[in-house]
Design a protein around this ligand. Structure first.
Ligand SMILES: Cc1cc2nc3c(=O)[nH]c(=O)nc-3n(C[C@H](O)[C@H](O)[C@H](O)COP(=O)(O)OP(=O)(O)OC[C@H]3O[C@@H](n4cnc5c(N)ncnc54)[C@H](O)[C@@H]3O)c2cc1C
Ligand code: SF4
Length: 602
């Protein structure tokens, strides 16, 4: 058996995460010989579960084995300062006035191991963000992506209600379309919200008209029951409520499911950190350099085509390390995420939180329409996991009740403590307002040669801030939240103050706000219609290099308000066809094609 270095591959895919696993599968199915180089290590589901069970802090990365040569940014890297501002102590070098607060995971399977699994589509309007004067247009429209949305929904197993998505979100789904899996049942909290809110309107503090409320189910990449003609892999969702970071019953999609379907012509090499794309004098990619452990030397693999699928920030880092694809000076720029405003409180009665997925429904009416011109649009998730995202798990509240009890300031003990905890925790809920962030070239990933990772490679240095449009969106969301709490008769306990728990604290028009980040890094190698102002074309092919592709959310010119991974998956499937065509064209040019091993070739 030859080593990876001794063979010439049709394609090298960098990163065995969400996008890379899909591209590798598609290329393998078309008969190409693919080497997937993955920086992180692999581990079994049982090992990951055990690591999670024993982890002192249950963070998104906690179940997964870390690899010293490929560090990951973690949510614990950031803390707020008492007087405002923040402190960063981790893999990212933070240079902005505000922190880039999202993490990701460098392990086999990538961040899609730890993701929540919400899989809504973008709206047709989202592809024309520029119409509203904020953000950038896509070079393709919704209809270009529609067949690939369906393919992605099949591939990752999306549960949803097509009728509801059509009627309440305005998605033009094809006639007769059914999601592969039936919609995930609504939580009890969703039902309570629906009774209290449906049909009411709230004033949009920055919009021209009131917004009518309607609680709408969210499509999920987790197992319910299949619709006719479909099947499920993995167990059913039974409500363990630990989807982030790991689903014990394997009901949530992870890229390992796609990897299990790879054809034999796809080979995976873990603990292989790619450090550079190799380019010839004509600008063609000829392969990549990678390293294993810090003690190892650099190795090289050669291929006809290279696909970067290492996550938005790592893709940009690799392009910068390689001096590639940057004739437009846009590599690393336009870093986006979904800044999330959280509001939280107590419902008047028990609503059974901490069961089932983190959010099963939301309010969709703030995503679209002319208000987008004045403030960032947002999607509202109804949070089923109480105050976990805002304040941590309930044990912190038990300590607080022991210390100072309820409003009377008296500590609670014994039966009274148990009763109080049961009463309060059972009424906890939160709203999660996920903002669209506009593409701003000043928000960017750069490299600082003075600050290096264990392999000696420059770490990502990030400059991040929120535009006035996003800040207005956050302020409007708080105004909407105030009205929702009134309609619900709920006690609003939301409060932001500079301090350790709120690194994303900022002030806008005299009021304090804070954001968390959703893990939705995007925009660092965005697609466009011209090589002068974008990095990749509509097929995610680098304008500057005919056989170098950069796939993932980094290609998105606008991040819209939908959780991005379904759109990213649809783009990856679409690009796989283009990569296939590029490889075919290359083969036709090649006088003596290499013999294939173990695969039928197109
Ligand atoms: C807590 C959390 C919850 C989320 N929930 C949702 C959700 O509900 N819905 C949604 O749509 N999105 C969600 N996301 C976002 C989603 O996880 C990402 O959009 C998605 O995983 C990005 O896919 P990717 O393939 O680009 O990157 P990744 O999934 O991160 O994969 C990149 C892979 O490349 C590897 N790699 C990196 N550098 C190198 C290198 N130099 N050499 C070789 N390999 C390398 C990494 O190890 C990794 O395996 C969530 C994210 C987080 C953090
Ligand atoms: S709620 Fe539980 S069973 Fe369902 S996906 Fe999440 S962790 Fe898995």
């Amino acid at each position: 058996m030859s080593t990876p270095q001794e063979r010439h591959w049709d394609a090298v895919v960098v990163g065995a995460g969400f996008a890379g696993s899909l591209v590798a599968k598609g290329l393998g199915e078309r008969g190409w010989r693919v080497l997937v180089l993955e920086a992180g290590a692999g581990q079994s589901h049982a090992e990951a579960l055990e690591a999670y069970r024993t982890a002192p802090a249950k963070t998104p990365n906690s179940p997964y084995r870390s690899t010293p040569s490929a560090p990951s940014p973690d949510v614990t890297d950031l803390s707020g300062e008492a007087g405002g501002g923040f402190h960063a102590d981790g893999y990212f070098v933070q240079r902005g006035p505000l922190p880039y607060a999202s993490g990701y995971l460098r392990a086999n399977g990538g961040t899609g191991l730890a993701w929540t699994g919400l899989a809504p589509r973008m709206h047709p309007e989202d592809f024309r963000a520029g119409d509203f004067g904020h953000g950038r247009d896509w070079p393709i429209g919704y209809q270009d992506l529609e067949p690939y949305y369906r393919a992605a929904e099949r591939e990752i197993g999306v549960a949803g209600d097509a009728e509801e998505q059509r009627a309440q979100v305005g998605l033009p789904l094809p006639d007769g379309y059914r999601f592969p899996l039936r919609a995930i049942p609504r939580s009890y909290l969703d039902q309570v919200m629906s009774r209290a809110l449906d049909g009411h309107s709230v004033r949009d503090p920055a919009g021209p008209a009131p917004v009518r409320l309607r609680v709408v189910g969210t499509p999920h990449a987790r197992n319910s029951l299949p619709t006719p003609g479909h099947s499920v892999e993995g167990g059913s969702c039974v409500g363990h409520a630990s989807c982030v970071p790991i689903c014990p019953s394997q009901a949530k999609y992870t890229p390992l499911r796609t990897q299990a379907r790879w054809r034999p012509s796809v080979h995976l090499l873990t603990r292989a950190v790619v450090s550079r794309v190799l380019l010839d004098a004509a600008g063609r990619a000829t392969g990549v350099e990678y390293r294993g452990d810090p003690a190892d030397g650099t190795r090289t693999v050669r291929a006809d085509l290279v696909v970067l699928a290492a996550h938005a920030i790592e893709n940009a880092r690799l392009l910068l390390l390689s001096g590639a694809a940057n004739s437009s000076d846009q590599v690393g720029r336009n870093l986006m995420d979904h800044p999330v405003l959280l509001t939280w409180g107590l419902m008047p009665r028990q609503i059974g939180p901490y069961r089932g997925p983190g959010s099963t429904s939301g309010l969709e009416g703030f995503r679209f329409g002319p208000a987008r011109a004045r403030r960032a649009p947002f999607r509202v998730e109804i949070g089923n996991w109480g105050w976990t995202w805002a304040l941590g798990p309930p044990d912190g509240r038990v300590a607080e009740l022991l210390r100072s009890g309820g409003p009377d300031g008296r500590g609670r003990f014994g039966t009274e403590l148990r009763r109080t905890v049961a009463d309060r925790v059972g009424r906890e809920f939160a709203f999660q307002f996920e903002m669209e962030q506009d593409a701003d070239p000043a928000n960017r990933v750069t490299l600082d040669p003075r600050l290096r990772d264990p392999l000696g490679l420059p770490r990502p240095a990030l400059h991040y801030d929120l535009s006035g449009w996003v800040r207005r969106g956050i302020a409007a969301a708080k105004g909407v939240s105030d009205q929702l709490f009134t309609l619900l008769g709920a006690e609003d306990l939301t409060s932001f103050a500079p301090g350790a728990g709120w690194p994303g604290y900022f002030e806008h028009e005299g009021r304090g706000y804070a954001y968390r980040a959703a893990g939705h890094g995007a925009g660092t190698h965005l697609m466009g219609t011209s090589p002068t102002d974008s990095v990749v074309d509509q097929w995610q092919r680098c304008w500057d290099h005919p056989n170098l592709y950069a796939v993932g959310c980094g290609s998105m010119p606008s991040v819209a308000t939908a959780n991005p991974s379904l759109t990213m998956a649809a783009l990856a499937l679409r690009s796989t066809e283009a990569i296939h065509r590029t490889l075919l064209a290359r083969r036709r040019l090649n006088a003596s094609p290499p013999a294939l091993e173990g695969a039928d070739h197109p």
